[in-house]
Design a protein. Structure first.
Length: 346
């Protein structure tokens, strides 16, 4: 996942084209609200042209930003891309409606292991979209090889200000929990306090908590950044100078789902878009652009070999076993919020 803050508007073909799979013609609009740079724009254009639908795409940078905007009454959006734990929160708040993707053609392509939502274990509401690890993106000119969080923090200690971490309380405190031997979903105040202390100790050496690290690492302004696996796209373009690693101690992982808002004004087009995204060729084209793991098993064989075999995108079983995905913590999230506030203000 990458987090550029921008908005894209794609105008669909004015022509009314036949909807082959349902024997009907689509028309009208579809309004998407997604993470920045988290969908191949060619797919939006292809959907728009095939079905004669005018598509708009607005973007956000965090789950919390998206949730706050929806709760504040932002109207007109049809589909959103929450992380799994946010999917659970939004469903419990009544902000989503069942789209029934599990009854659509193409559902058979979705890996059952991707049904990670506790609130939606059967896929009645949302469609699994993509997943990936959150590791370290680094510049090989400054750090020839990097394998672990220990090495990352040791470099920061020797070179203060030359590394960054994500400006995300769950992700960054998650690293602290991993490094102190606890679950990233711990509800234990003592464990969270240890994680806070670990990150607080690193703060003098961390250049910034930020998301926009791709150009900084690429240029060498910083040596390494805590970042999403989507950075592998840059590594593939310049493998001699750039690297990405899932640290040996383990890492967090993310998965987003496509969900239809309870207030969606274009329900049928939203369902149609979900079905379009479950096509193997659509999923493969998306994964190739995003360099994320795909949840579409039929798409795997359509991916280029350098993506199928990339250990950051499709890590081996022993590495996957060390990846942890966030859960909805409910009221216990305030323990993290308070810890994060202290880290950011001290």
């Amino acid at each position: 996942m990458t987090l550029t803050s921008k908005a894209i508007r794609t105008l669909g073909s004015a022509a009314m084209l036949a909807l082959m799979s349902q024997g009907a013609a689509a028309e009208g609009k579809l309004n998407l609200y997604n993470w920045g740079d988290y969908i191949n724009p060619e797919l939006i254009d292809a959907f728009s042209k095939e079905f004669g639908v005018e598509v708009t795409l607005d973007t956000y940078s965090t789950n919390e930003e998206m949730l706050a905007r929806i709760q504040a009454g932002a109207a007109g959006y049809d589909l959103v891309w929450p992380s799994v734990h946010m999917h659970d929160i939004m469903q419990q708040l009544g902000l989503l409606q069942p789209a029934n993707p599990n009854q659509m053609p193409g559902w058979e392509n979705i890996d059952p292991a991707a049904l990670r939502s506790q609130a939606d274990p059967n896929g009645d509401y949302c469609m699994p979209y993509a997943w990936g690890a959150v590791g370290i993106f680094y510049n090989k000119k400054l750090i020839p090889e990097l394998k672990s969080w220990d090495e990352f923090f040791a470099y920061a200690n020797a070179n203060p200000g030359k590394v960054t971490m994500l400006d995300d309380l769950r992700e960054t405190l998650g690293v602290g929990l991993i490094m102190t031997g606890s679950s990233v979903n711990s509800r234990n105040p003592d464990e969270i306090a240890k994680a806070e202390a670990f990150i607080a100790e690193q703060v003098p050496n961390i250049g910034a908590f930020r998301y926009d690290v791709i150009p900084l690492v690429t240029s060498g302004d910083i040596a390494a950044g805590h970042y999403y696996v989507g950075a592998v796209l840059n590594v593939l373009q310049d493998p001699e100078n750039l690297g990405y690693v899932i640290p040996a101690e383990g890492a967090t992982m993310y998965q987003e789902d496509i969900c239809m808002l309870a207030s969606a004004p274009n329900v049928e087009n939203a369902k149609l878009f979900m079905q379009f995204m479950m096509r193997p060729e659509s999923a493969a084209k998306n994964a190739e652009r995003l360099t994320n793991g795909t949840v579409n098993t039929a798409a795997l064989d359509l991916l280029p070999e350098n993506l199928r075999s990339n250990p950051s995108i499709n890590p081996p079983a022993e590495v996957r076993a060390k990846l942890q995905i966030f859960e909805d913590l409910g009221k216990d999230l305030r323990l993290y919020t308070k810890a994060w506030d202290r880290i950011k203000t001290n």
